[in-house]
Design a protein around this ligand. Structure first.
Ligand code: SF4
Ligand code: SF4
Length: 454
């Protein structure tokens, strides 16, 4: 995914809305922003606004801002197919003013019904609920999804994948991601899905610290990587490297018991976590300081207070920025969510008036970078070629929300890159998987299909 194109708008294929959604399912397209929600489901809904979330507000990730330059035509084409499928009358690309090259490349390609919206350089401008609010003024009620207010949101890479699937009949076989932090050559590159993450660390010149640890995704929402030999998937946005003593690693290594003990003994009930909670400021009931208090006193002013933990986006503002005493309301919410989901509990509260100071309570990226001590590890990570060609790939059958894909190949089969190796599970939320290299199938089990280049 690294060629640069300056072609005019492509001719669109004449397809029904149903056919566009079918192609998305069979091509294995899922939300590339991290959640992995199957895109065909969003394309089956009817929307007023088709919003592209191009905020990329996690510091250190440099994927979307570069893809919008190298693949501007495909992005616009993906939006047009998405608007055709959903019937949306308006398309909006929500990005930041600092993505100057992307704005300059996209602007000549905009059509009458597709526009750019400039977001402030704040976190979490890329939380889709916040992106919608900033770009349209609409507020998604708690525990609802964007379509409940007429909006469908998709990520940049997702829509590029949609255009490639329709116009070039190419399914999802590769992922563009950033390798950043304590590595010798920070870079953004495109690799076959199933490549070992450890190979990419080598490709980036190896680590610059003695005891490296790794995060899958951005510094705020990314997950600790316990096995660096795990494969890149359709939702791997980046691999960040930090020394073991870095606060981002140390926080992730704390046990639930440590988190609960801190909440019980150290919380000052200062409310800063609630005052800066992005969901709270737009009118959601979620009040992290109340949920932290619940660790000590199992009493709530309203029964819905506890259930509101289910509406936490896990953006980490409360943990990484707001709390002055190192408590993690987000982890408390994760613990509560686990218990509540096991009980099949649901949150049903209404949206309330937003904080009059809401727009001023989002976190400026510059301050976040300093607070997280990211400056020594924050690099531009330019897009590089050529494409990486691994000897082996391990393609998970579940890279998406829903049911795992069903293998259609056996050990010893020879397949070409792009061939379907697992179909979408029938009558379930699911997508297909495809060979990301040309070679031979070496292993098939209930979780993964492994291939050797050949
Ligand atoms: S910011 Fe920290 S100390 Fe203040 S209420 Fe929230 S968890 Fe407690
Ligand atoms: S992680 Fe914290 S700040 Fe973010 S939505 Fe959840 S409670 Fe609010």
């Amino acid at each position: 995914m690294t060629e640069t194109k300056e072609a005019p708008l492509r001719k669109m294929k004449s397809l029904s809305a149903e056919k566009i959604a079918d192609i998305a399912r069979e091509s294995g397209i899922v939300g590339a922003g991290g959640a992995g929600f199957p895109t065909y489901v969003k394309l089956q809904s009817k929307a007023e606004i088709f919003l592209v979330n191009a905020a990329e507000c996690e510091p250190m990730l440099k994927v979307d801002q570069q893809l919008m330059v190298s693949h501007a035509c495909e992005l616009i084409q993906g939006i047009r197919y998405g608007m055709k499928a959903t019937g949306a009358k308006e398309g909006i690309i929500a990005l930041k003013a600092k993505y100057k090259k992307a704005i300059a490349t996209l602007t000549p390609l905009l059509t009458d019904n597709i526009r750019i919206h400039i977001l402030p350089d704040v976190y979490p401008a890329g939380d889709e609920v916040i992106t919608i609010w900033l770009a349209t003024g609409r507020r998604v009620p708690p525990a609802q999804i964007p379509i409940s207010i007429g909006v469908v949101v998709n990520n940049v890479q997702t829509l590029i994948n949609l255009a490639k699937a329709i116009d070039e009949e190419k399914p999802v076989t590769h992922r563009t991601l950033t390798i950043n932090g304590a590595v010798n050559k920070p870079m953004t590159l495109t690799v076959p899905i199933g490549t070992k993450m450890s190979e990419l660390i080598e490709l980036a010149g190896g680590c610059t610290v003695d005891h490296p640890e790794f995060i899958n995704g951005g510094p705020m929402m990314g997950k600790y990587i316990s096995d660096i030999d795990a494969p890149v998937t359709k939702t791997t946005g980046g691999i960040l490297v930090f020394p073991r003593e870095h606060l981002l690693i140390q926080r992730r290594l704390k046990t639930d018991q440590q988190i609960i003990a801190m909440a019980k003994t150290v919380c000052e009930q200062c409310r800063l976590c609630t005052d800066l909670c992005p969901r709270h400021i737009i009118g959601h009931e979620l009040s992290p300081h109340e949920l932290v208090k619940s660790m000590s006193y199992k009493q709530f002013a309203k029964p819905s207070t506890l259930l509101s933990a289910l509406t936490c986006s896990e953006c980490s503002v409360c943990e990484s920025y707001a709390c002055p005493v190192e408590i993690s309301p987000m982890r408390i919410n994760q613990i509560l969510k686990g218990e509540l989901r096991a009980q099949k509990a649901k949150y049903e509260g209404e949206i309330e008036p937003q904080d009059p100071m809401a727009e001023h309570r989002l976190v400026p990226i510059g301050r976040l970078v300093k607070r997280l001590n990211l400056l020594p590890y924050y690099h531009e990570a330019p897009m590089v070629e050529p494409l990486w060609q691994p000897e082996f790939v391990s393609i998970p059958l579940q890279q998406h929300i829903g049911a795992p894909s069903v293998p259609v190949v056996s050990v010893g089969d020879d397949v070409e890159a792009g061939d379907c190796i697992a179909k979408a599970a029938p009558d379930a939320l699911s997508v297909a998987q495809h060979a990301s290299i040309t070679g031979t199938i070496t292993e098939v089990d209930t979780k993964v299909i492994t291939m050797r280049r050949g």
